[in-house]
Design a protein around this ligand. Structure first.
Ligand code: SF4
Length: 81
């Protein structure tokens, strides 16, 4: 389980989340930031810091935002090569 950055981040990219993450697991992508689900410790600091409420605990992700969990997974899969 991890936190997920969803559609409100697209082109907003405020980056407040990356500044507060204690384990540096938030990475900038082309159109949004992504949380590495393998490194996230579920502290919730990013969710509280996001000015556009783009971040959800995975379990609380609205159905229509589920694709952002997969998008982050794909993003980090590509990064590992
Ligand atoms: Fe980082 Fe905590 Fe957010 Fe996970 S929940 S991405 S560890 S700030």
């Amino acid at each position: 389980m991890a936190f997920v950055i969803a559609d409100a981040c697209i082109h907003e990219k405020a980056a407040d989340c990356a500044d507060v993450c204690p384990v540096d697991c938030i990475v900038e992508g082309d159109d949004q930031y992504f949380i590495n689900p393998d490194l996230c410790i579920d502290c919730g600091a990013c969710e509280a810091a996001c000015p556009v409420a783009a971040i959800y605990y995975e379990e609380d992700l609205p159905e229509q935002q589920m694709k952002y969990r997969d998008k982050a997974f794909e993003f980090f899969k590509k990064q590992s090569f």
